[in-house]
Write a protein that binds this ligand. Structure first.
Ligand code: FAD
Ligand code: NAI
Length: 480
């Protein structure tokens, strides 16, 4: 007899596995199908995020940052270690072990929540039937009352620089190099280019990043982008803007990359080339032609604000639908859809999704940039506070960067918060919570922040919007 579930989820990345667990918490019967296969041939839940994205990249960012600090910062603290050396093998083993623990944890969570974890390929057929092709065993047709498509995304491949898994690689291969390339090229100064460029630069590679756009970090606030460009330059990242790559030729030992910029035709020679020019929705063999699913011109599954497709009872969440390709955005969509299926009210506040770039200094923001607020026509005020004036940042020897707050003139609404500096990815949570609760800037001004803490910089930036910063002279505030 064929199986049936209240909910079948296709994809066990952060969007799908979270949806499956929440649906099971509502007492629904749930099957979650996933076909992720790691380089060792083993299957694992967790999708891109846990196996090849968020988690392994943050493990490598942390390790490489520690090496950098030990080599360059310890002396300032009066700590003499002698020569600090890299053991890349151990660093990589640690990364792999964190990934194993977390992906194994999802299998455990499925068991604990009574979710049937189904390893293999899933395909939506007409009439909410799902064809399940297990990694071992026979094809099965599963009946579902509801289906959640959570199939994620894959790296965009450039025809002029196709991945070969050795010299021209995607972000997954680039996390697993077993030696530090002497010369590393990166195409794309987006989030992956900056994070992985930083990792390998700190581990000793000479890194050149080629970015097609003339503006650096076009999605970030301009004041933040300016500081970031200066910091990365100081760290030795050679970021070349307005660079249109025309070819990448692999010879035995190197890759020759040709590009055009304002100065004309240029070439660089590198030992490895990472291509990180964005990701595309992954919908290969995900649904039958007659299943009723519609995709847009970029391949994203078309959904409404509540992640419903055109087919009643079929939803899609995460990277395979519109919106930022971020794990936390996908997870919240998964929770919303599971709640809606159970009959509860639910929504995702797409205006308040934080973004974090885990470089050093970290970059984080929520809400609108100053340029976006200006374009909206709404009268606004801004306030900034530099970490150079923060006692905690000084004690940490991490004084680069600032917090910038943008607020409405009329009702004091917080419109955007932009941070570049130590622990920006943690600090942004305060701003996200404030905006989610519709707090005013004055609410943050009147909230007691522990001293000394990095969070005081958010307090001071809020005060600075009204020229009331206490630990920084108004005359030096670039916004006053
Ligand atoms: P995925 O995580 O891609 O999971 C989809 C799963 O579905 C996969 O396991 C896939 O094998 C499976 N699947 C697809 N089709 C089928 C099918 N037909 N049958 C069965 N299984 C199927 N985001 C952040 O928020 N923070 C970060 O720090 C961060 N760092 C990143 C670093 C890197 C290097 C990369 C590449 C990405 C990073 N991201 C980060 C983005 C994040 O990984 C994605 O936004 C997130 O994984 C999307 O989740 P998802 O569940 O939609 O898809
Ligand atoms: P991205 O969209 O962040 O950046 C791609 C960059 O490549 C852009 O600056 C673009 O202008 C440039 N580009 C495009 N085509 C080019 C070409 N032909 N030549 C030179 N430059 C070119 O994409 P990226 O870095 O690949 O990351 C994909 C997504 O993964 C991110 O957008 C993000 O959603 C997610 N991610 C999130 C992280 C986080 O939250 N910390 C970390 C890593 C990835």
């Amino acid at each position: 007899m064929s199986r049936s579930f209240d909910v079948v989820v296709i994809g066990a990345g952060p969007a799908g596995y979270v949806a499956a667990i929440r649906a099971a918490q509502h007492g629904l019967s749930v099957g979650c199908i996933d076909d992720w296969t790691n380089k060792d041939g083993k299957n694992a839940f967790g999708g891109t995020c846990l196996n090849a994205g968020c988690i392994p990249s943050k493990a490598m960012l942390e390790s490489s940052e520690l090496l950098h600090r030990a080599q360059h910062e310890f002396k300032k603290h009066g700590i003499n270690t002698g020569t600090v050396k890299l053991d890349l093998g151990t660093m990589q083993k640690r990364r792999a072990s964190i990934v194993r623990q977390l992906t194994g944890g999802i299998a455990g969570l499925f068991k604990a929540n009574n979710v049937a974890g189904l390893v293999g390929h899933g395909k939506l057929l007409a009439g909410k039937q799902v064809e399940f092709t297990p990694v071992d065993g026979d094809v099965e047709i599963i009946a579902a009352r509801n289906v959640i498509l959570a199939s994620g995304s894959s790296p965009v491949e450039l025809g002029i620089a196709p991945f070969d898994g050795d010299k021209i690689v995607d972000s997954w291969d680039a996390l697993e190099f077993d030696t530090v390339p002497k010369r590393l090229g990166v195409v794309g100064a987006g989030i992956i280019g900056l994070e992985l460029g930083s990792v390998w630069a700190r581990l000793g590679a000479e890194v050149t990043v080629l970015e097609a756009m003339d503006d650096f970090l076009f999605m970030a606030d301009r004041d933040v982008a300016k500081i970031a460009a200066r910091e990365f330059k100081q760290q030795g990242l050679d970021i070349r803007l307005g660079a249109k790559v025309s070819s990448a030729t692999v010879a035995k030992k190197a890759v020759t990359v040709a590009y055009d910029d304002k100065g004309g035709a240029q070439t660089i020679e590198v030992d490895k080339l990472i291509v990180a020019v964005g990701r595309r929705p992954h919908t290969d063999n995900l649904f039958a032609d007659d299943a009723g699913i519609q995709t847009d011109d970029r391949g994203f599954i078309v959904v409404d604000d509540e992640c419903r497709t055109r087919v009643k009872g079929v939803y899609a969440v995460g990277d395979c639908v519109r919106g930022p390709m971020l794990a936390h955005k996908g997870s919240e969509e998964g929770v919303m859809v599971a709640d809606l299926i159970s009959g509860a009210a639910a929504e995702v506040n797409y205006d308040v999704i934080p973004s974090v770039i885990y470089t050093a200094p970290e970059i984080a923001w929520v809400g609108k940039t100053e340029a976006e607020v200006k374009d909206s026509g709404r009268a606004y005020k801004t306030g900034s506070f530099p970490f150079a004036a923060s006692g905690r940042a000084k004690a940490m020897e991490q004084t680069s960067g600032m917090v910038k707050m943008i607020s409405a003139e009329d009702d004091d609404e917080i419109l955007g918060v932009h941070i570049i500096g130590p622990m920006a990815g943690e600090l942004i949570a305060e701003a996200v919570l404030a905006m989610e609760f519709s707090a005013s800037t004055e609410d943050i001004q009147r909230t007691i922040h522990a001293h000394p803490s990095l969070a005081e910089a958010i307090h001071e930036a809020a005060l600075a919007t009204d020229n009331k910063a206490l630990n920084f002279p108004p005359s030096k505030n670039p916004r006053s």
